[in-house]
Design a protein around this ligand. Sequence first.
Ligand code: R5P
Length: 315
Amino acid sequence: MTDTLKILSGNANIPLAKAICQYAGVKLGECEIVKFSNENLKVKICDSVRGQDVFIVQPSCPPVNEGIIELLIMIDAAKHASAGRITAVVPYFPYVRSDKKDEPRISITARLMADLLQTAGADRVMTMNLHSPQIAGFFRIPVDHLLAGRILCEHFKKCGTENTVVVAPDAGSAKRAGAYAVRLGLPLAILDKRRHDDTESPAIQNVIGDVKGKRALIFDDEIATGGSILEVVKALDNLGVTEISACCVHAVLSANAPERLRNSSLNQFVVTDSVFIPEEKKFDKMTVISVAEMFAKAIMYTNRGTSISGLYNGY
Ligand code: R5P
């Protein structure tokens, strides 16, 4: 079956797609993506994909909306080129935080994304650390929801976890952080974060658990403006922790997040390469852990029709 495997990439995160191909032992398929003067896009898959098992790698990265259209057009191109099966590989799912109707007259945009991928012709979806796992249920096609927990915890085990407490930045992330704590054999503390509006400035109200005199390890699914993590860092500093590491799966790093994180009292900041991180957004405290091998394995196992559940237990 492996000879039918074809991996293609949009423009969102080509280094990740290339790294996945390297682990999978295949060459990244060639595509021409042209943007016309009227901003319309044309995608041409350069080699035949007739009957093949096509995986299109395109996480949500800036420019987000253009990346979504590019992915949809690539799926459509593969469909019209008679691909045997098409899997949208979206390590960071677009509009993943827009997963519920928590205000009147708003869109559940993650659900819309699910509909669009299916309408374009995706047969399967492969993603990682969804903001809420229920998003997988927005689809009528199979979704492989990979989790970065194992590789992230391996990193922290290597760094040493003596006198450390895992900190959940809000009640919503307590289950996820709890799974990390179990995996690392560490206690858990939960912060009570409230976001009152769309200003992206949350406030910490209370802390459940013992953090004083300990090293803190904060886990979150994504970091955008850095507002949530920095609020947690401030609260933990006031509560007398001795050292703070933060780990966020998806490094969106919008606005001036890198600068604010660099200037904060954070000791270590760990992310994955699910989102492309330009050099100018990297800084000395940052460690980037690649998820390429995990995606390569998931792609190869899916292609062979073997189980991938071993790749995503825990968070
Ligand atoms: C929120 O529910 C998420 O889990 C993250 O905490 C949030 O997306 C981070 O965003 P920011 O860095 O802008 O605070």
